[in-house]
Design a protein around this ligand. Structure first.
Ligand code: LFR
Length: 487
């Protein structure tokens, strides 16, 4: 089998990409792309999981029609969200989207039952209101008790394709229920949720074989015969695997999509009180690594502005308009909870600017500029924290994912952070997903080699930092903004 398919589904879009390794170079061909998003019903936010499954089938049909009779296949999606299955293996409930508001205030409720310090020492996972721990705590208890099995989204998609139930480990770590010491679900946290270990499946590592796609699906829909390989099913885990190797220079990555995940890969977690205070996370990676990183609100901010503007402008057009707008005019604290799911992002940004006494961004270009300036400043601040926590000076920032296409944001980041930015590949998530398949197949020896191949196969754009006029003043403004209570 020399064809490999990555199913990569993010919060705003999904794709099936065919990867081919030939003469030391990896090439990609996108065979199917579809939109994704949660919908709001009676005040709750849900994903349409059946639609996502159908899109995988459509993509595989296209692959077959494209002349691919057999292939390996890996799946990755966003993290934390779960599916409850009954004893017959059928879904019990709609799949809540992590931006659903039922978890508001839940972190505080749980903190009254178990100190956050204890949870962090056990799990090393940052406090995010939507961690599965808090989502399950907020879930209807009766429904939870009925659940024979709790799978995360990509686990469920694998199950639908091949019938095997797993809890893939890079994604399972984002539940905030895995214990760093025991390497399994933490019994104290499970009992807090009144859950039993058996309700979860076996923890499964990237690279394991999950058998073949069901014969019934192959014949019913005329699909390729797919060998299912357990990918690093958390999209961020795959994205980090897809970061090209950096030789001789210390580097940090930003996986830039709906979220901006800024961090480094480590061989040991850092679950110190300092890391907890800075709210850095230790998500489990493939091949015994940890993703020591921070969630930053990311391109969700601009995706929402674009949506509310009736999708009149493309992302490239918005970036162009932002480039024409005055820089550093108004700034927002991107990570304030108010931006998680405000309903009307444009108004939320404007209110935050008004409340902090800044000019109100009116046009899409001004809003976009406010977002990009603020993201670049966030990257700078969190990069400095990262350096302190790891005791390493970062020389290069590697931006991967869709955001690597945004030349304005990449240049702003280089300028404000004062580091060289290397941008690309944009498809690092699909590439990381494919890397695990190639290693499984024995076509590539290990992840270092895969990263080297990735670095040689795709163009990388370099951005050299330029001086920012009145940088000190700007940083003072940024600091003052965070001291204000506009969260
Ligand atoms: C990025 C991502 C982040 C995770 C967030 C919610 O797509 O997977 O890593 O924190 O989405 O699942």
């Amino acid at each position: 089998m020399n064809k490999h398919i990555a199913v990569d589904i993010g919060a705003s879009s999904g794709r099936l990409v065919v990867g081919t390794l030939q003469e030391g170079k990896l090439s990609l061909e996108e065979i199917h792309r579809f939109s994704n998003g949660f919908t709001e019903r009676d005040g709750s936010c849900f994903w349409d999981i059946d639609y996502l499954f159908d899109q995988i089938i459509v993509g595989l049909q296209k692959a077959k029609a494209h002349g691919i009779p057999e292939c390996t296949l890996g799946i990755d999606t966003w993290a934390v969200d779960y599916v409850l299955l009954d004893a017959a293996g059928s879904r019990i409930q709609e799949v809540y989207a992590y931006r659903d508001r039922r978890t508001e205030g839940v972190m505080e409720e749980v903190a009254a039952l178990i100190p956050p310090e204890t949870v962090y020492a056990k799990t090393g996972i940052q406090q995010l209101s939507f961690n599965t721990l808090y989502q399950l705590y907020a879930h209807d208890r009766k429904e939870l008790a009925q659940a024979e099995q709790i799978l995360l989204v990509p686990d469920y998609l694998y199950y639908r394709l091949g019938g095997r139930k797993i809890n893939e480990v890079t994604n399972a770590s984002t539940t905030q229920l895995l214990n760093l010491q025991t390497g399994d679900f933490d019994s104290e946290l499970l009992s807090l949720l009144q859950l039993r270990r058996e309700q979860f499946a076996a923890l499964t590592a990237p690279g394991e074989s999950l058998g073949f796609i069901a014969e019934s699906l192959v014949s019913q829909y005329d699909l390729p015969r797919c060998k299912l390989i357990c990918a690093a099913t958390h999209d961020t885990a795959s994205a980090v695997l897809g970061v090209p190797v950096q030789k001789g220079r210390s580097a940090a990555y930003i996986s830039s999509g709906t979220w901006s995940l800024l961090g480094v890969e480590l061989n040991q977690p850092i679950n110190s009180p300092q890391a907890m205070a800075a709210n850095y996370t230790n998500e489990w990676g493939a091949f015994g690594t940890y993703r020591f990183l921070k969630n930053i609100m990311g391109l969700w901010l601009i995706q929402e502005v674009r949506r509310l503007d009736g999708e009149r402008c493309s992302f490239a057009e918005l970036a162009r308009l932002a480039g024409e707008a005055e820089g550093f005019r108004s700034l927002i604290p991107c990570n304030a909870p108010r931006f998680l799911n405000p309903g009307n992002m444009m108004e939320e940004i404007r209110s935050a600017c008004a409340e902090s006494g800044q000019p109100i961004p009116l046009t899409p270009g001004q809003l976009a500029r406010c977002i990009f300036d603020s993201l670049a400043l966030s990257y700078r601040s969190y990069l400095h924290e990262l350096e302190e926590l790891t005791g390493t000076k970062v020389e290069v920032l590697q931006i991967v994912g869709g955001g690597a296409n945004n030349t304005l944001l990449c240049q702003l980041t280089a300028d404000v952070a004062g580091r060289e930015v290397l941008a690309g590949p944009t498809e690092s998530t699909a590439l990381g997903n494919l890397a695990v398949q190639l290693i499984h197949q024995g076509s590539v020896d290990n992840i270092a080699e895969a990263r080297e191949i990735i670095g040689n196969s795709f163009p990388i754009a370099a951005y050299t930092p330029r001086p920012v006029p009145q940088l000190e003043e700007l940083l003072d403004r940024w600091k003052a903004l965070h001291a204000q209570n506009i969260h």
